[in-house]
Design a protein around this ligand. Structure first.
Ligand code: FAD
Length: 420
């Protein structure tokens, strides 16, 4: 058995999804050496990730500061307006609400970013970054937590040890479980069917969420006359949608859109994701910090999941960098408590808000629909409140990590990719 010690100041990142890759780069940008144990990336069991992610201004700033944005931006589309349409067909319907990026003094809220292009761009940058050692693996097999360090046992045999391990190994995170961090999980009676399609009319940078009694039907602009689609249905209907022929599925999208984007042309492959939620009791314990879906799972409403994951990555880099500069243990409880305290309000607040929004759609009670309609009516008519909601959605004001501010430092590369 070979054992590699990652050194006194080093950190091991487990997981090669977007959150783990971004975290490895953020740590390297803060001059913290990283060992990245990257398992095969097969979200939902597919070879490619067919989802796109609406990433807000802070996340885009992070990608820019990590040196990946220039190579990625042509695959992405700016999100200028978010439109909510009440399509519940109920007695009390909410008014249509539009959030404009210009209300927050921005040209765009952010960009719609294809997940596979993002993972490719982050992976290429990781491979070119001198401070990151990539340890390809079929997966970490076991995790041993000791008083002074944590050890990751890879499926292939080698062991990696460091004072801090980042669990970026997704929602089922074995690393999190090994650290004794417990989670609360729940599921929704909903499944998201995901694809992309071309359409006759321009989208004008508008993402439209049709709020329906079974869940939202959301189009998100992509470059040209293309949009990505997240169609939330009850599980039986989602299964039916997955088996429709392309012609039938095209027609089903057109009916839902009611002519909003004109006729529908080309359609991409479909993938389905059952909706669920997850929160941990703490974001770091026993030399393990949670980053990405190991620390939060949230329904795909309001485009929050990966934005949270990227904020985790950038915040952890700040906490570790401060500890290392002060000569403190990067995996000690002081660092993990600070990280946890910084992440808990942001993550828990958003999970609560999205859960509430989703449950008010699913609720059969008239009073709940009235309250929801009233809330959206107030948002629609009170400019200051709408501006506040837009600002908080794009970039929370409580703590802005260094790499999410303009002008952060890109990690040093071996010269393969020029820093942005
Ligand atoms: C339909 C849908 C739409 C969404 N839309 C948006 C959106 O618009 N905006 C947004 O911000 N978010 C969105 N999200 C959320 C976003 O997709 C996720 O937050 C993000 O993909 C999670 O990334 P991750 O790196 O945390 O986890 P994952 O992508 O799951 O990566 C985990 C990685 O860990 C690896 N791994 C697992 N076990 C091990 C092991 N034992 N050893 C080593 N490696 C291991 C896996 O191979 C994988 O590569 C959406 C989600 C869904 C379902």
């Amino acid at each position: 058995m070979r054992t590699a010690s990652a050194g006194e100041e080093s950190v091991i990142v487990v997981g090669g999804g977007p959150a783990g890759l971004a975290c490895a780069l953020a740590l390297a940008a803060a001059d913290v050496p990283v060992m990245l144990a990257a398992g095969p990336h097969r979200p939902g069991g597919f070879d490619r990730d067919r989802r796109t992610a609406g990433l807000f201004a802070g996340s885009i700033e992070l990608l820019r500061n990590l040196g990946v944005w220039d190579g990625l931006k042509d695959a992405c589309e700016p999100l200028k307006t978010i439109r909510l349409i009440d399509d519940t067909g109920r007695l009390f319907r909410a008014p249509e609400v539009k959030f404009h990026a210009r209300d927050a003094g921005l040209e765009a809220f952010g960009f719609n970013v294809p997940n596979d292009a993002l993972v490719d761009a982050l992976s290429a940058r990781v491979a070119a970054t001198t401070g990151i050692t990539v340890v390809p693996t079929a997966g970490a097999r076991a995790v041993r937590i000791g008083p002074g360090q944590a050890t990751i046992v890879l499926g292939e045999g080698p062991e990696l040890s460091a004072r801090l391990v980042v669990a970026a190994d997704g929602r089922k995170s074995p690393t999190r479980d090994a650290a004794g961090i417990t989670v609360k999980t729940w599921s929704y009676p909903q499944t998201a069917v995901v694809t992309w399609f071309s359409h006759q009319r321009p989208h004008d940078g508008i993402s439209t969420e049709f709020h329906r009694a079974v869940g939202p039907f959301t189009t998100v602009p992509m470059p040209g006359r293309y949009s990505s689609l997240v169609w939330v249905e009850d599980p039986a209907e989602a299964e039916r949608l997955m088996t429709l022929s392309e012609t039938e599925f095209r027609r089903a999208i057109e009916v839902r859109l009611g002519g909003l984007l004109g006729t529908v042309g080309e359609i991409g492959p479909r993938a389905s994701f059952p909706l669920s939620g997850l929160t941990p009791d703490v974001f770091g314990r026993n030399r393990v910090a949670l980053v990405g879906e190991s620390g939060h799972v949230i329904p795909p409403i309001g485009a929050q999941g990966l934005n949270l994951g990227l904020r985790d990555a950038a915040t952890l880099a700040d906490c570790v960098s401060d500890a290392v500069s002060a000569g403190h243990d990067p995996g000690g409880s002081e660092v993990l408590n600070r990280y946890s305290a910084l992440r808990a309000p942001d993550v828990n607040g958003r999970i609560m808000a999205i859960d509430l929004l989703n449950r008010t759609l699913l609720s059969p009670y008239l009073t709940v629909h009235l309250i929801r309609g009233f809330g959206l009516h107030v948002l629609n008519n009170v400019d200051a409140l709408r501006r506040l909601v837009v600002k908080e959605g794009v970039q929370p004001t409580a703590y802005i990590p260094t790499l999410m501010r303009s002008g952060g430092t890109a990690p040093a590369t071996a010269g393969v990719l020029a820093p942005a």
